[in-house]
Design a protein around this ligand. Structure first.
Ligand SMILES: Nc1ncnc2c1ncn2[C@@H]1O[C@H](COP(=O)(O)OP(=O)(O)OP(=O)(O)O)[C@@H](O)[C@H]1O
Ligand SMILES: [Mg+2]
Length: 252
């Protein structure tokens, strides 16, 4: 699995969650990263987070916007929980078990960290679909291919259902030849697993978390807002009715 970080996973998790909630869907965003970047983007902190959910079964579900709910990761405690879980039975299904009785959400979105760890495997086992953000550079392209392979391996031991994945081009800068080439390569290799939406490089996207706003609030007329609006529409358009769980994987 790629260890490459910074490809737009948290940004996509936050913006897509907010986009879907603005479209009237009820959304739960779960921060699966001890770094707590999603929590920081919203400026919130849950006392009991994913770490507690996976151990004691107790958790604070915070409402961060209309229709948008959030579970903190628990920060460093989540990294500790991972060590404890390692020796448990059914260790890769703990998240699925914990959220089994969750009702009333149209989408559950998990923001993963950039590593192959047990928490991320739990998220992959739980989710119906994985979005792998791929920044337009060579290492990210390699990372995405590796991640796709790992998803297939996880599917092999988790025969409950197939895990489908789609790739989302991010940090696209049309002025560079590299961006064009990477996008072409991805299209050739992954065909229609590549989402139509392309997220362009955009300064407003970078600024938004510092204001504890999403791109739709910070700069609603920016390219970033346009691209994430487009992504929201694409996800809404293709999904079947009913609940769907989307994981932002460590793809790169
Ligand atoms: N399209 C974009 N244009 C410009 N900056 C962006 C864009 N997308 C994300 N960023 C910025 O790039 C940085 C990394 O993005 P983000 O945190 O979403 O990546 P990540 O994949 O979650 O990282 P990690 O692997 O560490 O979890 C952040 O500062 C974010 O604001
Ligand atoms: Mg992140």
């Amino acid at each position: 699995m790629t260890m490459k970080g910074g490809t737009g996973k948290t940004t996509t998790a936050v913006c897509l969650s907010h986009g879907l909630s603005l479209a009237g869907k009820r959304v739960l965003l779960v921060d699966c990263d001890p770094q707590r970047s999603a929590a920081t983007s919203f400026g919130v902190k849950g006392e009991r987070g994913l770490a507690e959910l996976l151990t004691s079964g107790e958790v604070d579900i915070l409402q961060v916007r209309d229709n948008l709910f959030f579970i903190d990761s628990g920060g460093r405690r989540l990294a500790e929980v991972e060590l404890v879980l390692g020796s448990h039975e059914n260790r890769e299904r703990r998240l699925s078990e914990a959220l089994k009785h969750l009702k009333g959400c149209d989408y559950v979105i998990c923001d993963c960290s950039p590593s192959l760890n047990l928490i991320n495997i739990n998220a992959l086992v739980y989710c119906d679909e994985v979005i792998i953000p791929v920044s337009m550079d060579y290492l990210a392209e390699r990372g995405a291919t590796e991640t796709a392979g790992i998803i297939e391996e996880i599917h092999a031991f988790n025969s409950r259902k197939p895990i489908s994945f789609r790739l989302l081009p991010t940090f696209y800068d049309s002025r560079t030849r590299l961006a064009h080439r990477v996008l072409e390569d991805l299209r050739e290799r992954f065909g229609d697993r590549l989402l139509t939406t392309v997220i362009r490089m955009n300064q407003a996207i970078k600024e938004a978390p510092g204001q504890q706003k999403t791109i739709f609030e910070h700069a609603p007329l920016s390219r970033g807002a346009f691209d994430y609006y487009h992504l929201t529409e694409e996800i809404l358009g293709r999904d079947r009715p009913g609940e769907s769980r989307v994981g932002e994987s460590q793809g790169s």
